[in-house]
Design a binder for this molecule. Structure first.
Ligand code: FAD
Length: 473
């Protein structure tokens, strides 16, 4: 039988259950990628994700060629495209790994139903998560909303299954269906803003595997003490590889098997499954608060403040460093994601969705489940969220996690000459220190656009208006 394997968020050959299943007993396998025509409302791919996808597809095609195959690339409505490839190839079997975004689930269900109706064999698999969202429920049969309980349950379960080997050879059809050149998908930016991305990243499964191996061998044992330090390279930076499925969560889990001091890291990987669990059971959350009482929160959207935040010109050095790292590389350290997000939703009172949209557009690891959970967590309206009244002080956060100011010096070069003592609060530095460092407040670097104390008070007053509302729904 001829089989189609439909690649989506699983751009790898190793531990790819849909690909392995398609290859089993198949006379020929046709690997395809369809760039869907996206509707405006459905979180269409952001600019940084498109950049990554372009390179990731090239890498996947090259990996497929090494095992005798190639990637067929199309653009259009997914069902129509699948039907047309089925007609061109005579395939009877279609395999894919599941997606979990609400819209994707809806599309996939429709597509599966139609293909089954037409008499084709359709099989879907878990290629993305350690466990399927529906495999984990609390004693009452409800989804979890508290991370520790989720983690404890995972810990009591059978280990995630072992990663599958990549096929050594893929059987090919006599005649290939038509394919677009990857360039024709126009995923790369027309205006050249991606130099920093090229300098930072090599998309593709080979690089993902390499990074994972090095991290497991050399870095994971320092993860617990280093993971909150944006001035060091203390985290794995595997997020975009996981996001595009160039490596799988199971590969990560098993690469750490038996590695001493890897529990903290595994806990972090399980946060990703938790985020998918939440997205699956609360599909409204990419746009709406999980805790209903936040629907009445008196946000005060302000375009000028939003612009200052996006551009990394808030006057808080650690925040500005983070926002510029994001713009420059498509990635931001987790601690700094929390600090920057907190400033936006608390000091600036800008709705978390505005921040989530910017991250979505600029992150190479933009992931609807993780991004939604991250933003709702910071805003206080999500599952297991930080209490709203706990408001980060961006100066103290900077001093604690970037004590010498190296992270700020790297991303905010106009402050590079300041001594560590003042680098997180230049507006408090004596004039002679500023002038020696070449810092001219409000000329080459702004004072804080919102003062911490007054911003904090304003946020707490806003919270008073909804305090005592109902608990998570
Ligand atoms: C406001 C906000 C927005 C975020 N948006 C995203 C996003 O769009 N995409 C994304 O992948 N992560 C997001 N995160 C989570 C986290 O910041 C990143 O996963 C992490 O910084 C990626 O770097 P790393 O691979 O070096 O992480 P490591 O610390 O090395 O962790 C390894 C992996 O575990 C997972 N992970 C780690 N921390 C978290 C977490 N808190 N939540 C969910 N998964 C986690 C990721 O897949 C990560 O790659 C967000 C966090 C916040 C606070």
């Amino acid at each position: 039988m001829r089989a189609i394997v439909w690649f989506r968020q699983d751009l790898r050959l190793e531990d790819n259950p849909a690909l392995i299943a398609a290859c089993k007993d198949a006379e020929a396998v046709i690997p395809i990628y369809i760039r869907p025509i996206e509707k405006k409302s459905a979180w269409p791919l952001g600019g940084a994700s498109k950049w990554w996808l372009h390179h990731s597809l090239k890498s996947l095609d090259s990996d497929l060629r090494k095992v005798g195959s190639k990637l067929i690339v199309r653009q259009g409505d997914c069902l129509e495209t699948l039907l047309s490839i089925i007609e061109e190839t005579g395939a009877r079997r279609i395999c894919w790994n599941r997606r979990y975004e609400p819209k994707s689930i809806e599309y996939d269900k429709k597509i599966k139903a139609r293909l089954l109706e037409l008499g084709y064999q359709v099989e879907s698999f878990n290629g993305h998560l350690l466990y399927e969202p529906w495999e984990i429920k609390n004693k009452q049969g409800d989804p979890y909303q508290v991370y520790t309980a989720f983690w404890n349950q995972i810990h009591s379960m059978k280990e995630p299954s072992k990663p599958l080997n990549a096929p050594k050879q893929i059987p090919t059809p006599d005649k290939w269906p038509q394919s677009l050149q990857i360039d024709k998908l126009q995923l790369e930016p027309r205006i050249k803003w991606d130099t920093g991305l090229h300098a930072q990243w090599i998309p593709g499964a080979a690089e993902g595997r390499k990074k994972l191996k090095t991290f497991a061998r050399e870095d994971v044992e320092h993860y617990a003490s280093e993971r909150d330090r944006p001035d060091h390279r203390g985290t794995s930076e595997l997020s975009p590889y996981l996001c595009f499925g160039e490596i799988s969560a199971r590969m990560v889990w098993h690469a750490l098997q038996g590695v001493p001091k890897s529990t903290d890291y595994r806990r972090q990987i399980v946060w990703r499954d938790f985020a998918y669990h939440l997205l699956y059971y609360f599909p409204q959350t990419p746009n709406k608060n999980l805790k209903k009482k936040f629907d009445a929160f008196p946000w005060q959207p302000d375009k000028t403040l939003l612009k200052a935040w996006r551009k990394g010109c808030t006057g808080y050095p650690v925040v500005d460093a983070g926002m510029r790292q994001l713009w420059g590389t498509g990635w931001m350290h987790n601690r700094v994601r929390m600090i920057t997000a907190s400033l936006l939703v608390k000091h600036f009172l800008i709705p978390w969705q505005k921040g989530a949209e910017w991250f979505w557009d600029t992150l190479v690891d933009a992931d609807l489940a993780n991004n939604t959970m991250g933003w709702q967590w910071v805003a206080g309206c999500g599952a297991d969220a930080a209490p709203y009244f706990r408001i980060f002080n961006p100066v103290l956060q900077g001093e604690r996690y970037d004590p010498a100011g190296d992270y700020v010096r790297r991303w905010v070069p106009e402050l590079a000459g300041l001594p560590s003592k003042w680098i997180h609060k230049p507006w408090q530095a004596p004039d002679e220190i500023l002038s020696k460092a070449g810092v001219k407040l409000d000329q080459n670097y702004p004072r804080p656009v919102v003062d911490h104390e007054s911003g904090r008070r304003r946020a707490l007053m806003a919270y008073e208006k909804i305090k005592g509302g109902d608990r998570a729904k």
